[in-house]
Design a protein around this ligand. Structure first.
Ligand code: AMP
Length: 417
């Protein structure tokens, strides 16, 4: 047991049917049915291998994408082939989640065999819009078709999906109510690393926050500044654009339109308050960059054109951020500094990622797009710890107990009764 949660060390899994929830959600090319990245699949290999080596009948539950949020909804079939390559052993796949075909495939498993079920989000009950709190209650999770159908077929539930630990959904929080439950090895490692970052980072500790999915970022900033985890926060991406707009700095009408379109206007007030309360700790860009006919143009804040859409931090800002990274002992980065997928607006992210790679500090990077950016700029192997979960990590840093952590802890307490 660690952090009040059972681990794989607490169970003898030989000959047992183990339902293991993994997060192998990856960027995907839907036309070709191929995965653009496989980092998360690699991440769950230690747990799946250990379960299989110990003779468990391993049933993997996973989701791929969401069309409500990201337009990457797809079968988990390609993931089975990639996982099989990583493990160098067969991974069976069934194009069913909990229907008769899935149940039949589970009942046919032998000790050590691995089966991946299809996308759990094919079930409507798993498609909860958690950002809007349109979900099932904790108790209702265990009454869903998925949990009611699969739990009786299994002896143990293992959650290795730290990246999805902020989501209150049946495959993540339902089984713990009915089965003995443990966290997997990746979950254990991620939880340990993020706890270390939150509780006792080496000083000074710098946060670098960017990207476009910023709904939890502002709450997290408040927490880490208030509790002193972050000594300073450097801003990029839409986080910076919102902060600049909130403090009446010019960002251009294109940037303002994107803030409106992406529903980030509601964060302007929180951004203004943060800048007012922590003027020495929150660092905003000195310059911004846009793209015109495929060419990059940098503008000092005083020269920002009226119609700019800021797609990157400027070069001066990027160099200043690289300098700040050189002087600290811990750096946590979540979210790219700009639209790094386009060459002309990649400079900010590239400069910051290279500075992280060169740094002697303990460096932690979280979030799918940040991991993709690290790869693109060849810095993956130079980072101290890469966390597979962006959203979960940010929620964790807000100080909130993650729903899956709570469900696993409750299961552990029940087991001790
Ligand atoms: P996230 O998933 O939150 O890490 O956001 C990553 C995405 O944010 C990437 O696809 C970037 O292209 C995008 N992004 C970063 N900066 C900006 C910006 N200034 N304007 C629009 N999109 C951005």
């Amino acid at each position: 047991m660690r952090f009040g949660i059972m681990t794989l060390d607490d169970f003898d899994v030989g000959g047992k049917t183990v339902l293991c929830r993994v997060d192998i959600n990856q960027p995907i090319n839907r036309e070709k049915g191929t995965l653009r990245d496989t980092t998360r699949i690699k991440g769950c290999v230690p747990t799946v291998r250990e379960l299989s080596d110990k003779g468990a009948r391993v049933v993997l539950l996973a989701h791929q994408g969401s069309d409500i949020e990201y337009h990457n909804f797809f079968s988990t079939r390609p993931h089975a082939a990639v996982l099989s390559d990583f493990l160098a052993r067969p991974v069976k796949f069934i194009d069913d989640v909990c229907g008769p075909a899935a149940r039949e495939a589970i009942s046919r498993l032998s000790d050590g065999e691995i089966l991946l079920l299809d996308n759990v989000r094919y079930l409507g009950e798993e498609q909860t819009l958690f950002e809007l709190n349109l979900g099932l209650s904790h108790e209702e999770q265990s009454k869903t078709l998925l949990v009611q159908t699969l739990a009786p077929l299994a002896d143990l539930y293992v959650c290795d999906a730290f990246a999805a630990a902020h989501r209150n959904q049946p495959s993540l929080c339902g089984f713990e109510q009915l089965l003995p439950s443990a966290m997997g090895r990746l979950f254990e490692r991620e939880y340990c690393e993020v706890s270390k970052l939150m509780e006792a980072p080496a000083r000074p500790c710098l946060f670098i926050l960017g990207g476009a999915k910023i709904s939890d970022t502002f709450m997290m900033m408040e927490t880490v500044l208030k509790n002193g985890t972050a000594d300073a926060i450097l801003t990029g991406g839409l986080v910076a654009n919102v902060m600049l707009a909130a403090t009446q700095k010019p960002v251009g009408s294109g940037s303002l339109a994107l803030i409106r379109k992406s529903g980030h206007e509601k964060f302007l007030e929180a951004a203004e308050t943060l800048c007012k309360n922590y003027p020495d700790k929150i660092v905003l860009p000195l310059d911004l960059a846009g793209s015109r006919n495929g060419l990059r143009i940098d503008y000092a804040l005083s020269e920002v054109p009226e119609d700019l859409e800021a797609l990157d931090i400027g070069q001066k800002t990027a160099e200043m951020y690289a300098g700040r990274i050189r002087d600290v002992a811990t750096v946590f980065l979540n979210g790219p500094m700009g639209v790094f997928e386009q060459e002309e607006t990649s400079l900010g992210t590239r400069t910051v990622m290279e500075a992280l790679g060169n740094s002697k500090a303990y460096t932690v990077v979280g979030g799918g797009d940040s991991i993709t950016a690290l790869k693109r700029f060849d810095q993956t192997d130079r980072i101290s710890y890469i966390c597979t979960g962006g959203g979960a990590l940010i929620r964790f840093l807000t100080g909130e107990e993650l729903p899956v952590v709570k469900a696993l802890r409750t299961a552990a307490e029940r087991g001790l009764d």
